[in-house]
Design a binder for this molecule. Structure first.
Ligand SMILES: Cc1cc2nc3c(=O)[nH]c(=O)nc-3n(C[C@H](O)[C@H](O)[C@H](O)COP(=O)(O)OP(=O)(O)OC[C@H]3O[C@@H](n4cnc5c(N)ncnc54)[C@H](O)[C@@H]3O)c2cc1C
Length: 559
């Protein structure tokens, strides 16, 4: 092995924190991780032959973390280029609820009489009785807590308008610090509040002269040699509206640094099954109509030696790992929606139906059998465990298979659902029939790996209807089953749980520098947001905190 990068590029921020949390043994044991490194293309060893573009800092991804990182680097005098895979900026943050965990005792908290301080924030998020507190790297939690007050002012300065705190004022509770942004006025793509975070930052970034190259996918991070030396830039390929590579490629030199802000790995079944082998391909990443979350940043960084950080956060079965969300569409977890007129709607294909009352549906697996109390909340991890359990068929050992909501015409009336496009996707994600057997036979879907038995579905419906008569669910203890599934037409809507956040990614230090498998900094490489590991906090504030730190730090490097 050649001389480590830290030795060749000493610097005051090259801490490697040997005591911080990394499950190194399980990472090395992971076949997929080993393959990712072993398969690194030979071409990667070479310095890019020719640079097509050159800038101080390259940011990969124009979502929550990337926009903040870019503005921070530009503010400190660096020239900045953002490459973004989509044809619009925003990432998943665009479709988010736009509520940040940001407190520390700022002016809005004071006005409401809320007691807060960085110490309190740190205490909230490092409590060992909470899974994310137990498994997060406390050095990163502390960094987040110590930065929130400054970040609040900085975001405001860069265009963010705050709405209101959601939380309970007095409790030592993270909701105390959950502050909503104001939705961007007249946003044409989505009614989601998250536009109020990314659109103002986009405006600021463009005003500062930051160039955003859309439909450019980073495919590789260049380093002086495969596992040593500075990061020198990236390779990109132009992609079409479906994120499919076209032919035009580019090498972009980064004189000071490359910042990974690619939004996590929830949409990559190979990557996510490193952590949970049950999360096979039928589980969709929520909001994949806006961003795929294929772990591009993590994989490119691992190919040049990066480690992962605090991977236990990914398997805590806590917080927003997986959700029930909308049904009748493929990326079904999305609780927020697009407008049907949105330029992104073609990827979503439907708005999906919100189930107000789970008394109106039963949920069956791909074998036509119920498996749990349908009224379970979205945070009930026993529900997901039951959904993900082996069906007993040796043709598919891992993953539970698709989940379908089954209901009848009376349920449609009670819920006031419109069961036509654009509300549902009849192309494999929503079916209608006059009998239960016909309904089962109609369920043909890319992930329905065996036909659903009409007899099994009929039996499930009849048994459930008998529970309605008896007032007791003898199988799964659904509280007092209320409504029979009896009046045709009958419906089947895709309702497989969807994957929400990524809670691990590449290992970073408190300067957002990426750490390699030997605990050394990879000079010139940074990460933030859902692609950075170490701190299992949901969402935008974690992305913004480490994006800002990454931007400042990268801009301060020598060219
Ligand atoms: C329904 C919903 C509600 C949510 N509500 C909240 C909330 O209220 N509060 C909160 O804090 N968080 C919320 N979140 C989570 C929050 O949106 C994410 O945690 C946050 O956006 C992560 O920021 P990021 O920068 O890591 O990724 P993103 O914002 O997703 O940005 C990543 C960007 O990188 C781009 N990209 C990926 N790969 C490449 C590549 N190879 N080359 C170039 N570009 C690439 C993507 O296209 C994307 O634009 C919510 C999410 C959803 C889906």
């Amino acid at each position: 092995m050649s001389k480590g990068p830290t030795e060749s590029h000493p610097g005051k921020d090259t801490e490697d924190r040997p005591g911080s949390a990394i499950d190194r043994r399980s990472f090395l044991a992971s076949g997929a991780a080993a393959v990712a490194i072993a398969d690194a293309p030979a071409a990667q060893a070479a310095e890019a032959a020719a640079w097509d573009r050159e800038t101080d800092v390259v940011v990969i991804g124009a979502g929550a973390g990337g926009l903040v990182a870019a503005i921070a680097a530009r503010e400190k005098g660096a020239s900045v280029l953002i490459v973004e895979k989509n044809f619009d900026i925003g990432g998943r943050a665009m479709m988010s609820f736009g509520g940040l965990y940001i407190g520390g005792g700022n002016r809005l908290q004071k006005a409401k009489g809320v007691e807060d301080s960085p110490d309190r924030e740190f205490a909230d998020w490092s409590r060992p009785e909470k899974p994310m507190g137990r498994f997060s790297d406390r050095a990163l939690v502390r960094t987040w807590a110590d930065n929130t007050l400054e970040l609040f002012d900085w975001l405001e300065k860069n265009g963010i308008k705050w709405d209101s705190y959601r939380g309970v004022p007095d409790r030592l509770d993270r909701n105390r610090t959950r502050l909503n942004v104001v939705r961007w006025p007249n946003e044409p793509t989505t009614p989601a509040r998250g536009s109020g975070f990314v659109r103002p930052l986009e405006k600021t970034a463009r005003q500062m002269g930051i160039e955003i190259l859309l439909q450019q996918q980073m495919t590789k991070i260049h380093r002086e040699s495969p596992l040593a030396g500075r990061v020198t830039g990236i390779a990109t390929v132009e992609v079409d509206d479906w994120f499919k590579p076209k032919t035009r490629t580019m090498n972009i030199k980064a004189r000071k640094g490359v910042i990974i802000a690619t939004g996590g790995s929830a949409g990559n079944p190979v990557f996510r099954t490193m952590f949970d082998v049950r999360l096979t391909e039928e589980y969709q990443a929520e909001n994949s109509e806006w961003t795929e979350r294929t772990g591009d940043g993590e994989i490119a960084a691992m190919e040049i030696g990066a480690a992962l950080g605090a991977t236990a956060c990914q398997t805590t079965q806590d917080d927003n790992l997986i959700t029930k969300g909308r049904m009748g569409k493929k990326s079904n977890g999305a609780i927020t929606e697009l407008y049907p007129t949105s330029p992104h709607f073609f990827r979503a294909r439907a708005l999906g139906l919100v189930v107000k009352d789970y008394q109106n549906v039963i949920l069956v697996k791909e074998n036509g059998l119920r498996f749990y109390d349908e009224t379970a909340t979205t945070r009930d991890y026993e529900y997901y465990a039951a959904a993900l359990a082996w069906t007993g068929d040796p043709r598919k050992f891992n993953g539970g298979g698709p989940i379908w909501a089954i209901f009848d015409a009376d349920a449609v009336a009670r819920e006031e659902w419109d069961v036509k496009p654009p509300h549902v996707d009849p192309n494999g994600y929503f079916f209608t029939a006059d009998t239960i057997e016909e309904l089962a036979a109609k369920i043909v879907n890319e992930y329905q790996w065996r036909p659903m038995s009409g007899a099994a579905l009929r039996k499930s419906v009849e048994r459930y209807n008998s529970f309605v008569d008896a007032g007791v669910d003898a199988d799964f203890k659904k509280p007092r089953p209320m409504h029979k599934i009896a009046r045709p037409p009958f419906y089947a809507a895709w309702h497989t749980p969807a994957l929400h956040d990524s809670y691990t990614g590449v290992r970073i230090n408190t300067s957002a520098q990426v750490i390699d498998l030997h605990g050394k900094v990879i000079p010139g490489l940074y990460a933030c947001g859902d692609s950075a590991g170490g701190f299992g906090q949901h969402g935008i504030c974690r992305a913004a905190t480490f994006g800002r730190i990454a931007g400042f730090h990268a801009a301060a490097q020598a060219s």
